[in-house]
Every structure is written in structure tokens, then in C-alpha cells.
Design a protein around this ligand. Structure first.
Ligand SMILES: [Zn+2]
Length: 477
């Protein structure tokens, strides 16, 4: 049997999270608004209007280019892409063709085995979105709210080798655009969607065979499924002696099937030309440097730094850098008190994340700020409270919206460290339990745990467990 290799390239659309649209002052994010309520003569393409570029769109596009290791062009142009479709009232889309904001670039995709694969970025440009066609039986309804919503379109090289890799790429890109703050990338709301070009070839071959394009996927899992289905279809087709034709395919999530859409347009069909209503976009060297300087440390770099600098495990570092907010929270916690990184990582991963998941709130909504968590860690580290009280205190601080120190004082949670008081309690337990003492002394040393439990119960869990253990061992032995 022949073995096949899959070749996948992706085209991704990312909605930039600017306040207004790309060429007019209409609100960009109209998710959930009634149809045709965020429109004006500019974005609906009325005769005689002129587009005015939104500076924030250019800057966010440039920042994303920088994050993709693309060169930010000092001079880029808008172009007209001509096609007719009912939800494109102008009859053309303003996009960027050959001289786009980003030039070249790549993304090193972390793979599960710890290595990474370099995915080339062939094109990266800014453009406006079209409207939305809503199909009803016997008629079509048009919603122009999305007309003029700012997008970045990114085209990767044919560098991905499986449906899983394609899914991993989209997942990582989504994290990256959120991380640098240019998009919410909420796929359910259409703020990030992608097409996949899929072909197969015999393993080891270097040619590129005819490909099919799966359009408009807006879920990573469904996209992965669609690509996998298409790979299997192509293999079957080729094995049966057939040829792969360059179809455009639509994935039906309900029936899990691919169906053929219109035949694919070629670039010549779009009759691109420079947009005559807009001047060149010129970014001064200072401006470009300013944009580059605003690029934060990227997730992969931060993850590696956490391992190097804080000696965290790969798993801890990956968890803490799953979102920028979380990694900031962790570092702020460290800074607030100077706890051991490993200790702080444990508190953040186990206790803080547990609380956040349970309460279903975001980190910024928390009363338990990094400073307050640091305060709790400090109370534990200094022996003023024990670990289990500390864990309870995480929850109490959030629920009562009170300072941790205040709660410790009001509820008398301070750890019992007075050794003479602990000794008295230990003696009481020993005197009340002659059977257990007998068994312990005849060799059942494991019973020490039972004794500790008795003493801890007497103190409402507030005694220093280590001190209790030592005192008991001393008295019993
Ligand atoms: Zn408008």
C-alpha cells in the first residue's frame, strides 16, 4: 500500500478589535445587534462617498505583522478586489494585494513532542469584511452590519502536515492574537474563521498536487474534522484511480459531509487595481519602531523564560502561559512578595485556577488580586497559618471580599505554634486512647497519623502539623 503525506495551507481571517470600522465611524463590533443598525453611506457603498482609513486598524495590523515575524512595510497600498455578491453592496472589496502591511514572516508552531515546526506566512494584509446573507426558504435577507469590519487575512505556506497540526496552528494563532491584544478571536462570533487548502502526495514526494479548498470554518474542532474527512476522501479517490479536481468545498457540521460549492475563481477574475479613493499608507520609521516596541513578550518566549528563570516544569510553564492575563497574574504575585516561584506557581495553578473555574469569573473580576494572594502565601510561609488554612483563606478572601490578614484575625485562624499548648493537647489525646497507644508501642507506627488527626481536630485544624507530629512522636516513643 502506498503511504500518503498531507499538505495543508490555511487562510485565516481575524477581526481586529478596533472601536470603529475600517473606513467609517460605524461601530465595528456589532455582534448581537439588530441587522442593518451599524451602517452608514460609506460602508454600504453609496455613490459619492469616500473612505477614510482608521489609524488603529493600520497599527493593529502592523503589530500583528510584527508578531508573525513579518516585515512591516513603511509604504503599503489598498487595492480593489472586484466581484459581485448581494452582501457586498459596493461591488468590490477594499483589500491589499501586492504591497500589503506585512511582508513575509513565519510562526514557529510548538508541537506536542516539544519541537516546533516553522510555518511560513506567504501573505498578510488588511481588508474590510463583507455583509452577511441570511438564507430563508424562498428568499435571502441581507445584513450589512459587518460591511467594513476590519480584518487581517493571513495565508500560510503549504507547511502543515495533518488535520491535527492545522488545528494546533489555529489554536496557537488564536492565543497569539489575544495575547498581543489585537483581536478577541471569538470563533463562535465569527471573529476568527479559516479556509483550508488540502492536497495529498506520496510520502517523500516534493510536488504539490491539485488541492481542494474547504471554506469558512469557524470552529477548531469542526475544522479539524472537515480536513480529516477531506484527506480520507482524496486518498480513496486516488486509490480508485481517480484524479483530484480543484473544488471549493463547504463543510456541513450537522451531517459531517463536504459538498461542492461554486468552482474556484482565479485571481484574474477579481481584476485587482490600486484603490483610487485612498492614498498610500505611510508609516514613518519612528512610528514603526514605536509599534515594534509595544509588542509584548510572546507566549513561547515567556514559557521558555518561566522554565529557565523560575525553574518551573514544562507543564507548569505551559499552564501559566496559556493566557497572558494568567502569566501576568503569576508574575505579579511573585513580585508582590518574592515567594519562591515554584511555591507561587502551585498556589496559582491549584488554588487560584480552581477558584476561577468554579466561580466562572475572569481574573480581572477577582477581589483576590495578586497582592492578596501573595499576602496569603506569605502568611503560610512565615508559619502564621498552616497550608490548609491558607487554602481556605483563598476562598474566604474572594467570598468575603476582605483582606486575608483581617480574616485571620477575626476568625482566629492563626496557627497554633505554642509548643507547650500543643504538648498539653497531645497528652490529652494520648491519655484518652490507651488502646491506640498500646498498638503504636507494639509496632503499628502508622497510627501516628491517627493521633495527629485527633490533635488537629481539637485545634480546629489550626495547629502546626509538623510540631504536632514531633511532639507526639516524642511523647509516644
Ligand atoms: Zn459605516
Amino acid at each position: 500500500m502506498t503511504s500518503y503525506e498531507t499538505v495543508i495551507g490555511l487562510e485565516i481571517h481575524i477581526q481586529l478589535n478596533t472601536h470603529s470600522k475600517i473606513f467609517c465611524a460605524c461601530k465595528a463590533d456589532s455582534w448581537g445587534d439588530p441587522p442593518n443598525t451599524n451602517i452608514c453611506p460609506v460602508c454600504t457603498g453609496q455613490p459619492g462617498v469616500l473612505p477614510v482609513p482608521n489609524q488603529a486598524v493600520i497599527e493593529k495590523g502592523a503589530l500583528l505583522a510584527a508578531a508573525m515575524n513579518s516585515k512591516v512595510r513603511a509604504e503599503s497600498y489598498f487595492d480593489r478586489k472586484n466581484y459581485f455578491y448581494p452582501d457586498l453592496p459596493k461591488g468590490y472589496q477594499i483589500t491589499q494585494y501586492d504591497l500589503a502591511i506585512g511582508q513575509g514572516g513565519y510562526l514557529d508552531l510548538p508541537l506536542e513532542d516539544g519541537n516546533s515546526r516553522r510555518i511560513q506566512i506567504e501573505k498578510m494584509h488588511i481588508e474590510e469584511d463583507a455583509g452577511k446573507t441570511i438564507r430563508k426558504p424562498g428568499r435571502r435577507l441581507l445584513d450589512f452590519n459587518r460591511c467594513g469590519v476590519p480584518l487581517v487575512e493571513m495565508v500560510t505556506g503549504p507547511d502543515l502536515r495533518s488535520a491535527d497540526e492545522a488545528a494546533a496552528f489555529i489554536r496557537y494563532l488564536r492565543k497569539l492574537v489575544r495575547w498581543i491584544g489585537v483581536s478577541d478571536a471569538d470563533m463562535e462570533k465569527g471573529k476568527m474563521r479559516f479556509d483550508a487548502n488540502v492536497s495529498i502526495r506520496e510520502t517523500g514526494a516534493t510536488i504539490l498536487n491539485p488541492k481542494t479548498e474547504i471554506k469558512n470554518m469557524n470552529s477548531i474542532e469542526h475544522g479539524r474534522e472537515a480536513i480529516e474527512t477531506e484527506i480520507q476522501r482524496q486518498i480513496k479517490e486516488v486509490e480508485a484511480g481517480g484524479v483530484i479536481e480543484s473544488w471549493t468545498l463547504d463543510w456541513d457540521e450537522e451531517t459531517k459531509t463536504l459538498s461542492k460549492m461554486r468552482s474556484k475563481e482565479t485571481e484574474a477574475d477579481y481584476r485587482y487595481f490600486k484603490e483610487p479613493d485612498l492614498l498610500a499608507v505611510k508609516l514613518g520609521e519612528d512610528h514603526i519602531q514605536e509599534i515594534l516596541a509595544s509588542l509584548p513578550e510572546l507566549p513561547r518566549q515567556r514559557e521558555e523564560r518561566f522554565i529557565q528563570e523560575y525553574k518551573l516544569s514544562a507543564k507548569e510553564a505551559a499552564t501559566l502561559t496559556s493566557e497572558r492575563d494568567l502569566s501576568d497574574y503569576f508574575e505579579d504575585t511573585l513580585q508582590a512578595y518574592g515567594a519562591a516561584p515554584k511555591t507561587a506557581a502551585n498556589w496559582v495553578i491549584n488554588d487560584l485556577l480552581g477558584l476561577v473555574n468554579e466561580l466562572e469569573i475572569s481574573l480581572e473580576e477577582l477581589f483576590l488580586t495578586p497582592e492578596r494572594l501573595a499576602e496569603i502565601i506569605k502568611l503560610v510561609d512565615s508559619g502564621q497559618i498552616n497550608t490548609s488554612t491558607g487554602r481556605e483563606l483563598v476562598r474566604k478572601t474572594e467570598e468575603n471580599k476582605k483582606e486575608p490578614g483581617e480574616i485571620v484575625e477575626q476568625e482566629g485562624l492563626a496557627q497554633l505554634t505554642d509548643t507547650s499548648a500543643i504538648e498539653v493537647l497531645c497528652q490529652q489525646v494520648i491519655q484518652a486512647s490507651p488502646d491506640q497507644v498500646e498498638q503504636y508501642r507494639s509496632g503499628k507506627k502508622g497510627l501516628i497519623g491517627w493521633f495527629i488527626g485527633q490533635v488537629m481536630a481539637k485545634t480546629g485544624g489550626k495547629a502546626n502539623p509538623q510540631a504536632v507530629r514531633e511532639t507526639l512522636q516524642h511523647l509516644l516513643d
